[in-house]
Design a binder for this molecule. Structure first.
Ligand code: FES
Ligand code: FES
Length: 227
């Protein structure tokens, strides 16, 4: 959804300008009375990059060239510069997997990847996995298995799941699939459904209907069971 990157640019800029405006107002009372307007502007506000770098890469099949700060992570490039916000920032420290994207076909944690190292690389984000309005088979399986839950870890789970299937780790055993998906954290009850979707897409026989393991209790049932 490469159009996404550019078409949303103006909206993103508007939001940043707004936040900048809010920040300027909030800080106004702390400024020395003799400060000039020019003194108040940080290099970032003047839109001057301290460590500029021209980066060319392909994102979701489309070539893009941008001037970025050399310290920008791939995650911030996607979310802040290109408004591809499907990739989520969870921990920002490599611990949760919410930021997983593909670089040249391999899954990477975009929060730990410097964009400057990706000259000419092929990046795929969650916005790029469906084709011509046709969902990716794993996205279909997520629907079938009721694996879309919080929505925050979901894009990373799908990107990791697609790679896990491609690597051949999803169809042999549930344990192997679980092991190779373990970098993507899910703290809610959807994890069995996520694993079932990944295994089904890889062609594995589902061991059981994951939906059958989730039973909604009425209030009366729950209190009679002491929950
Ligand atoms: S945001 Fe990258 S691993 Fe958590
Ligand atoms: S689906 Fe996100 S925490 Fe479970």
């Amino acid at each position: 959804m490469n159009h996404h990157a550019d078409s949303n640019n103006s909206a993103g800029l508007g939001r940043r300008q707004f936040l900048k405006g809010v920040g300027t107002l909030a800080g106004a009372s702390c400024l020395p009375t003799n400060a000039t307007a020019a003194d108040e502007n940080t290099p970032q506000e003047r839109n001057v990059l301290e460590h500029p770098l021209t980066l060319t890469l392909r994102i979701n099949g489309r070539e893009l060239t941008r001037e970025i700060d050399a310290r920008t992570t791939l995650l911030d490039l996607l979310r802040e510069n290109l408004q591809l916000t499907g990739t989520k920032k969870g921990c920002d420290h490599g611990a949760c997997g919410a930021c997983t994207v593909h670089v040249n076909g391999d899954r990477v944690l975009s929060c730990l990847t410097l964009a400057a190292t990706l000259q000419e690389a092929e990046i795929t984000t969650i916005e790029g996995v469906s084709q011509n309005d046709q969902l990716h088979p794993l996205q279909e399986a997520f629907l079938r298995c009721d694996a879309y839950q919080c929505g925050y870890c979901t894009p990373g789970q799908i990107m990791s799941g697609i790679a896990c299937i491609g690597e051949g780790h999803a169809d042999k055993s549930a344990e192997e699939a679980r092991e190779w998906m373990s970098g993507n954290l899910c703290r809610c009850s959807a994890y069995p459904n996520i694993l079932a979707a990944v295994r089904q897409t890889a062609g594995a026989e589902p061991e059981s209907d994951p939906a059958a393991t989730v039973k909604a209790l009425s209030l009366a049932e729950a209190s009679s069971q002491g929950r």
